[in-house]
Ligand binder design. Sequence first.
Ligand code: NAD
Length: 344
Amino acid sequence: MVYAVERDVRRALTGGNAEMKTRITELLGIEHPIVQGGMQWVGLAELASAVSNAGGLGIVTALTQPTPEDLLKEIERCQSMTDKPFGVNLTILPTIKPVPYDEYAQAIVDSGVKIVETAGRNPEPFLPLFKEAGIKVIHKCTSIRHSLKAEKIGCDAVSVDGFECAGHPGEDDVTNMILLPLAARRLKIPFLASGGLGDGRGLAAALAMGADGINMGTRFMVTKEAPIHDNVKQKMIEATELDTALIYRSFRNTARVFKNSVAKQVMEIESRPGETKFEDIQPLVQGVKGRELFEGGDLDKGIWSAGMIVGLIDDNPSCEELVTRIVAEAEDILSNRLREMVSG
Ligand code: NAD
């Protein structure tokens, strides 16, 4: 068939991995429409540079660095590890210790990085600073109303985060099967599908539903370059789609985390009659315990964010292998399976 021949020629020309051009690859100047989501304690230079070197967009997580000066150094480290574009995630959500967000935002501008992923609260206060520096802003949104607002205030793209996602899925509990087609109908700016993505089927489906690319967090945690203990990666490989839990529901700051013994304790405390105070769970959930868990591999030390995609993760490839495989699988589905269905 003609299209198969065309595809094979393109593959030969591109070293076996066909190009997939979307509004997101154009906007961000990347080869493949795959972005690594910001992840607390995981988004270090090792992972971000590996994803960017694989042709996706790596993301350094700002708040993983204890100070804005440390963030600047981490960005410089990443710049020394890749000459491809990468971004920085700035998450604005409740924290145990106050965060000097303005100083982190200024450090991002000073670093010369040209892509920022914001998440959590409305990023409007930071937009003039970022825009003036020529930075493209992708805002992570868990609802259509927030996506439309992000478009209105001048964000360049949004990452539409379905209920399947790791970390904070918002409070509406709407999955990507609904959110993505809605985003395609209503948004003018490009958007990424985020949450529940980790393989070529997911990429092809997201593109079919109108997205311009995918954002993956949990899937990138189980890669050779992810800077976390092998025990965590192995646990996520063994996990099924039933192994995540929702915590902080009672604080309207819901988070999807791996269902370990600590997450179960938090759920039990939150389910007790009467109001839960954050102090009741703080010793269990503080981020610093999660960092120790990732470093030492004690899986019941604290909590860690994980999405439902754990049910589809069964290996620990390099970022290059993973990105290449996802793009090749998606390309095969789009050019063969689906094309055969419509070409009679
Ligand atoms: P932290 O140690 O300050 O807090 C631990 C957790 O408790 C965080 O999830 C935080 O949102 C929550 N929290 C803190 N104070 C709270 C309060 N008063 N009421 C309700 N919830 C409260 O946080 P950290 O682990 O150092 O992470 C730093 C930031 O990054 C936090 O804002 C966190 O939410 C965010 N984060 C985001 C993701 C994501 O999926 N985008 C994943 C991990 C962490």
